[in-house]
Design a protein around this ligand. Structure first.
Ligand code: PHE
Length: 443
């Protein structure tokens, strides 16, 4: 399997940085050996710090030397593909750290830092940290991470937060939270890229509590933080926005009698289902773990809830499809088979695309089919709002303030965007990009 970590492994290096400069359209590389295998990461922030020089035998390689290393591994074409992705999404770059002992491939995907450079925090960026199994193709992991980091830049604008966008993807075996060597390494790497983060897919939320206690305050939303996990507020924001979208389509935000298909009953989806059940909706649910669905139906005996197999959800003849699991589910083919009036959910990056232009093209196909769709970074912002509330206020973080911010921000933004898009005759997704690109790029 092709990997940008292969040259590091071969040359005994720890660090790879990729940078893309929008003004010159140039990509620049840097690689280094910053520590040796015997470094005990469980001693991070006790015996050494992010700025420490960790070995007298450090190595720093400039651009040409790194390219030579990639060529030596037969990976020049692969590197070009990664650079193409940085260019396509106008990314600041990637910071990668390799922990050879445990084969941990840490990728800090850095989009724009524009909104974060003048804040007063350690973190200039914000974005979750998610894990990918080592069996996943690395290029897919990079596409996922870069797309998500770009969405975070926009999400932070939608949430009025003073942070740039990033997302951390870690290509590694399942996390053993009792291994303080590994925990210390992840904390060190997160602190290095100056992002404020919270556990995302495939990492346990308890991870944040351990990080706070032992290593780093850049993690938020552990179960013992004053706000708890961010799934519930995230779902609440999406639910309020969905009601606004319903008002836009059907003239009422009352969901009574509407059929809604929720894809995924995970950290966000199960709360989404709960919020929807506040009204007499017809709920259709699915999850790759069928037992979750069965349990949910058992727990709600008097309600109209049906199971649908995961493969059938996108073709379900329902009013609303609410994706709350993985991204990249909507391409030309799946869109052609949709039978709903609206796709409105929490999942990040539901369109299968690598840049805003491709997203806008797909959003037009949805609009031509008469399906209302708004890219989720505009309304799935309560997760990062919750992270920011915890990060900024610490022990004084307040659920009341968080919920008030969600109620004051999310529905109004959705209403404004849908109305503005209609007035301009463009899709809601294109309209969001127009609004935000003015802020990010002065366009
Ligand atoms: N992971 C969240 C999202 O995808 C955002 C988040 C960032 C949450 C930082 C907590 C901390 O929206």
């Amino acid at each position: 399997m092709n990997s940008i970590f292969e040259p590091l492994k071969k040359a005994g290096l720890t660090t790879l940085k990729l940078r893309y400069d929008m003004r010159t359209d140039r990509c620049t590389l840097f690689a280094a050996k910053e520590w040796t295998e015997d470094l005990d990461f469980s001693r991070y922030n006790v015996d050494f710090f992010t700025e420490s020089l960790l070995t007298p035998d450090s190595v720093f390689l400039p651009d040409a030397a790194v390219r030579k290393l990639f060529a030596g591994c037969g990976l020049s074409d692969y590197l070009e593909k990664v650079e193409h992705l940085l260019r396509a999404g106008r990314h600041f770059g990637m910071d990668c750290y390799y922990y050879q002992k445990y084969d941990i491939r840490f990728m800090g995907n850095l989009h724009s830092r524009k909104l974060g450079i003048h804040n007063k925090y350690h973190a200039t960026l914000a974005g979750g940290i998610r894990r990918h199994d080592l069996s996943d193709e690395e290029l897919d992991v990079i596409v996922d991470g870069l797309n998500l980091s770009r969405a975070m830049s926009y999400k932070n604008i939608a949430a009025n937060l003073p942070f740039g966008g990033s997302k951390t993807t870690v290509h590694m075996a399942p996390l053993d939270m009792s291994n303080m060597d590994v925990m210390g390494f992840l904390a060190f790497a997160i602190d290095r890229i100056r992002t404020m983060t919270g556990p995302d897919m495939n990492f346990p939320t308890e991870m944040a509590d351990i990080m706070n206690e032992h290593f780093s305050q850049q993690f938020t939303n552990g179960p013992s933080s004053p706000l708890g996990e961010s799934g519930k507020p995230t779902a609440y924001g999406v639910y309020l926005a969905m009601k606004e979208a319903s008002r836009f389509v059907w003239g009422t935000d009352d969901l009574s009698g509407r059929s809604v298909a929720v894809q995924g009953l995970g950290a966000v989806g199960r709360y989404m289902a709960d919020y929807l059940l506040k009204e007499p909706v017809k709920l259709i649910i699915t999850d790759i773990d069928e037992s979750r669905v069965k349990q949910y139906i058992v727990d709600h005996p008097d309600r109209d809830i049906q199971y649908i197999p995961p493969d059938d959800i996108l073709t379900a003849p329902v009013d609303i499809i609410c994706p709350c699991a993985m991204g990249g589910i909507l391409d030309e083919q799946t869109i052609s088979r949709l039978k709903c009036k609206m796709v409105f959910g929490a999942a990040n990056n539901q369109l299968k695309a690598i840049n805003p232009q491709e997203e806008i093209a797909l959003s037009k196909i949805l609009a031509e089919k008469g399906i209302l769709y708004q890219e989720s970074w505009w309304h799935n912002i309560a997760g990062v709002l919750s992270g920011a509330e915890a990060y900024i206020h610490g022990a004084e973080a307040s659920l009341d303030r968080l919920y008030k911010t969600i109620e004051d921000t999310v529905p109004q933004k959705t209403r404004e965007n849908l109305e503005k898009a209609k007035a301009l005759g463009i899709t809601p997704t294109e309209c969001m990009y127009r609004t935000c690109d003015r802020i990010l790029y002065g366009e």
